[in-house]
Design a protein. Structure first.
Length: 255
């Protein structure tokens, strides 16, 4: 028995009525969701930290949740892990005709666009090209995914120039909104500006979510450096002026 089949059998044993684990037997699809999401973010963190040992562990935890969900479905007479594997194998072959068929696609953008076309044909219940984006996605990822789907039908600027012009336009509109002091208008215009920045990131092949995450980490590193200065000197950071804090910030930047 290979290790994957062993995992499937271990989960089945944990769920066996009268013999399995009380905690595992108590779980439902819904009750597992918070842990599922947590394990996903832990795997992402391990990737970002380039922590190979942790990633190996976290991928195992994620796989456990996938097998667990399949086991519950099997118990309900719906489908089992074998059906999950059969479906993903068939989908990968079907959506890669440039690898498993005769279609000639030369770059990643063309592959992605073709994937969306095939997906749209398969998902007949979807009324819009934009359907299918999970509602619970972080806002930046959702915005970038929405723009990618729109671009799959050609609704996209050809290069950076019009995006940069749009960025200037949105900045001006935000400035005008700020002058009105209308909270709703400011809210809307700020959203438009962020959405355009995401479009710029997409056009530069940059993951907007990852870029903002890294920027936040950089900010934290520099701010921690300022805090360390005040801890070492014995001074109270809460009593420092903005000019003084900014001076230490510039020193942290140089370091």
């Amino acid at each position: 028995m290979n290790n994957f089949d062993k995992l499937v059998s271990v989960v089945a044993a944990l769920r066996k009525p009268g013999e399995g684990c009380p905690w595992d037997l108590k779980q439902t699809r819904e009750s597992l969701v918070p842990n599922f999401i947590e394990e996903l973010y832990e795997a992402v963190e391990a990737i970002e930290d380039k922590d190979n040992d942790s990633l190996k562990e976290e991928l195992g935890d994620l796989l456990l949740h996938i097998v667990f969900q399949a086991q519950i479905s099997s118990e309900q007479g719906l489908w089992d892990m074998e059906a999950v594997l059969a479906e993903i194998n068939a989908k990968l072959i079907r959506r890669h005709p440039h690898v498993f068929g005769d279609l000639n696609l030369n770059d990643a953008d063309a592959v992605k666009m073709n994937w969306e076309r095939i997906k749209k044909k398969e998902k007949t219940e979807r009324k819009s090209v934009l359907d299918g984006i999970p509602r619970s996605l972080p806002a930046l990822i959702s915005a970038q995914r929405t723009q990618e789907k729109a671009a799959s039908v050609g609704f996209d600027w050809p290069d950076l120039k019009p995006i940069l012009a749009k960025l200037d336009e949105e900045r001006e509109e935000l400035a005008e909104a700020l002058a009105t002091e209308d909270p709703e208008l400011i809210y809307e215009e700020l959203g438009d500006l962020i959405f355009t920045l995401v479009n710029l990131a997409r056009k530069l092949s940059i993951d907007a979510e990852a870029a903002l995450k890294d920027c936040t980490k950089k900010f934290c590193r520099r701010f921690h450096s300022i805090e360390d200065h005040y801890k070492t000197s014995g001074a109270d950071i809460h009593e420092a002026s903005l000019e003084e804090l900014d001076s230490h910030w510039e020193k942290a930047k140089k370091r």
